[in-house]
Structure formats: structure tokens, C-alpha cells
Design a protein around this ligand. Structure first.
Ligand code: NAD
Ligand code: LMR
Length: 356
């Protein structure tokens, strides 16, 4: 198709001829006011990465710069943000990149953002649990969330910093205090568990990992990571030995990388890949694409706990629907009880940290 014809077709889609200008403007301002994106809004999204100079932040920034849905990319860190920004900004893709260094530039980094991705914080070393990171990362996530509440309260927020089972409740509590909490906008990123589960199941079943879809629910630490192998697509039948091997490997995927890196940090490259996969799903949802379904750790009524990871449908306002768990087998029901027990303490710890 001739490029001019293509532009005309796209703009007709963004601005349907049956809406007169005044109606379109009112619709846009109404949707903006409730924190949703309108048809006819900017074709690109503004994305900030907080912790952009870190092990995850750098490859994540590179992959986001390659994403055609991103028009503006803000890279914030307390160290080395200018260097990473200069480097990434030379890539010949369309997103405009700006760097922000240190607390004094945090508010500028956040103003006007549609999506904020947070990989700021310290990673594990061998022998540590994710909860051992709480003392340092809880404060970092609280500070960053306070700035989000002030500067871009309608942004979708993707939290990567560990322990996710506590940092998401921390962010929620900060937003509640500020009066800006919208459960549709806050998501803990558990996509790496799904990415790992797809890979390991594909290995066992000799499938192409791109064709495998494993729901992983619960949370993001040890036994709270609950792969639902009875719901794998395409349908697979596993032996009990395979189920135990796969469940253990998926739950310990993070530790496998921490030990292999032997003190040099935790998963960064696979995490950047997973973070971009999830961020891209959020952006496609904001754009209005249909049927965008991914797993994430979110405010939830799926169990008695206030937060839980399950499949969610992403849309123009963030999360449009949180799905239930579907039918579980006996092994998964036992796993669910163990997951809930541990999750409950981690969620409470996050909430108490902000309330105290
Ligand atoms: N959700 C997941 O699946 C998942 C996967 C891997 C890692 N993680 C977590 O992501 C976090 C980051 O891991 P990493 O390997 O990139 O660590 P890293 O140490 O390589 O990078 C962290 C970055 O955060 C920056 N930072 C520290 N304090 C900050 C602040 N107050 N504001 C902004 N930036 C700040 C640091 O300067 C650094 O550049 C860790 O907590 C890790 O456990 C989560
Ligand atoms: O394991 C870690 O500490 C990092 C991350 O949560 C992971 O799952 O790789």
C-alpha cells in the first residue's frame, strides 16, 4: 500500500469520522481524567525506567528503545544515568531518550509518564533469600512510589524490585496514603517465572518454547511461585516425577542464576527480556488491543489475600480483569496452601513497613 494511503487509513482509525471534534476532545479529556487512554491520543507512550543503569536497567532500556510503541524514554538512576542515556540515545530507533541522575531529578523524570518500570534496588548473593533484600529495597520502593504518587499518579507501574511479594504492597500502601491508589495500575512483574516455566516445560516435552504457555500464580519467591502445570497450553500430560522436577526448577530458577553468577548478582538479561515482554503487553493494552492476558502480582480477590499473582487482562485503564485460578489438581491445591501461608507474611510485612 502507498505510504500516504497507509497514513490516511491509520489516522481514520485514530479519529473516526463519526465523532465530531468537540465530542472527541470531551471523550479524550474524560478518559484522561479517569486515567485511561483515548483513541486519537498520542501514538507513542512515555515510559520511565527507575534504576535504569543497573544490571536489569541497562538491557531493559535498550529493549524499550527498540519498542515502536515508546515515543519518550526516561532513564533514571542514582548512578551512571548520563552514561547509559548517551549510549542508548545513539540507537537509530524513534523513541526520544532523556537521562535523570539522583533524587533532585526524580520528579522531572516521572512527570507525564504513562508507564513506570522499577528495577531499582539491590540483587541477591548466594545464600540469601529475596526477603533478605527487604531492609534496603523497601525504602527505595517507598521513595520512588511517593514520587510517582506526586508526579504521575495515573501511570501504570511495573515493580521488579525484590521482594516483589512485599514491594508491591509497599507501593500500594504509599499510593493509598497519597489518595492515588488505583488497583488497576499497579503490577508486580512475575513474567520471568512464566518465561522460565515455558522454557523448562518446552525442554521436557520437546516443544518450541514460543508455543508453550504456562500460567504461574501466587507470588514471586520460593514456594509462592506456583506453576499450574495442569493448565499448560498446548495440553501436556506429565508424570508425577516430571511435575515435581518442573515445579522445583521453576520455583528455584532465580536461585539457579544467583548461584551460577557466584556473587555477581541475579538474573538480569532474562529479566530484562521478561520485563519488556510484560511492559509491551501493558502498552498494547493501553493502546486498546484486545485480549492481552499475562500473569502478574496484583491487588486481588482471587484468594483471601489482598495481593496474588494470576492471569490478568490488560486494557486502556491498566488491568481490566483479574482471572481466577481455574480448576486445580490435588498437587496444585497443596502448593496453593503453602504459597498462601508464606505470601500472607510477606504482604503484611510490606504493609506494616509503610504504616508504622
Ligand atoms: N521481579 C523479578 O522477577 C526480578 C528478577 C531479577 C531481579 N529482580 C530484582 O531487581 C532488582 C535489581 O536487580 P539488578 O540486577 O538490576 O541490580 P543492580 O544492582 O545491577 O541494579 C540496580 C540499580 O538500581 C539503582 N538504584 C539503587 N537505589 C536506587 C534508587 N533509590 N533510585 C533509583 N535507582 C536506584 C542502582 O544504582 C543500580 O543501577 C533487585 O532487587 C533484584 O532482586 C527481580
Ligand atoms: O532470584 C532473584 O533474586 C532474582 C529474581 O527474583 C529471579 O527470579 O531471578
Amino acid at each position: 500500500m502507498d505510504p500516504n494511503q497507509r497514513i490516511a487509513r491509520i489516522s481514520a482509525h485514530l479519529n473516526p469520522p463519526n465523532l465530531d471534534d468537540q465530542v472527541q476532545i470531551s471523550l479524550n479529556s474524560l478518559l484522561n481524567r479517569v486515567g485511561c487512554r483515548a483513541k486519537g491520543g498520542s501514538p507513542g507512550f512515555k515510559v520511565a525506567i527507575l534504576g535504569a543503569a543497573g544490571g536489569i536497567g541497562q538491557p531493559l532500556a535498550m529493549l524499550m528503545k527498540m519498542n515502536p510503541l515508546v515515543s519518550v524514554l526516561h532513564l533514571y538512576d542514582v548512578a551512571n544515568a548520563p552514561g547509559v542515556t548517551a549510549d542508548i540515545s545513539h540507537m537509530d530507533t524513534s523513541a526520544i531518550v532523556r537521562g535523570f541522575l539522583g533524587q533532585s531529578q526524580l520528579e522531572e523524570a516521572l512527570t507525564g509518564m504513562d508507564l513506570v518500570v522499577i528495577p531499582a534496588g539491590v540483587p541477591r548473593k548466594p545464600g540469601m533469600t529475596r526477603d533478605d533484600l527487604f531492609n534496603i529495597n523497601a525504602g527505595i520502593v517507598r521513595t520512588l512510589s511517593e514520587a510517582i504518587a506526586k508526579c504521575c499518579p495515573k501511570a501504570v507501574v511495573n515493580i521488579i524490585s525484590n521482594p516483589v511479594n512485599s514491594t508491591v504492597p509497599i507501593a500500594a500502601e504509599v499510593f493509598k496514603k497519597a489518595g492515588t491508589f488505583d488497583p488497576k495500575k499497579l503490577m508486580g512483574v512475575t513474567m520471568l517465572d512464566v518465561v522460565r516455566a515455558n522454557t523448562f516445560v518446552a525442554e521436557v516435552m520437546s516443544l518450541d518454547p514460543r508455543e508453550v504457555d504456562v500460567p504461574v500464580v501466587g507470588g514471586h519467591a520460593g514456594v509462592t511461585i506456583l506453576p499450574l502445570l495442569s493448565q499448560v497450553k498446548p495440553p501436556c500430560s506429565f508424570t508425577q516425577k516430571e511435575i515435581e522436577y518442573l515445579t522445583g526448577r521453576i520455583q528455584n530458577g532465580g536461585t539457579e542464576v544467583v548461584e551460577a553468577k557466584a556473587g555477581a548478582g541475579s538474573a538480569t538479561l532474562s529479566m530484562a527480556y521478561a520485563a519488556v515482554k510484560f511492559a509491551d503487553a501493558c502498552l498494547r493494552g493501553l493502546r486498546g488491543d484486545a485480549n492481552i492476558v499475562e500473569c502478574a502480582f496484583v491487588a486481588s480477590h482471587v484468594t483471601e489475600l489482598p495481593f496474588f499473582a494470576s492471569k490478568v487482562r490488560l486494557g486502556r485503564c491498566g488491568i481490566d480483569e483479574v482471572y481466577g485460578l481455574g480448576p486445580l489438581n490435588e498437587y496444585e491445591r497443596m502448593g496453593l496452601e503453602m504459597a498462601k501461608k508464606e505470601l500472607s507474611g510477606s504482604i503484611e510485612k510490606g504493609i506494616t513497613f509503610v504504616k508504622k
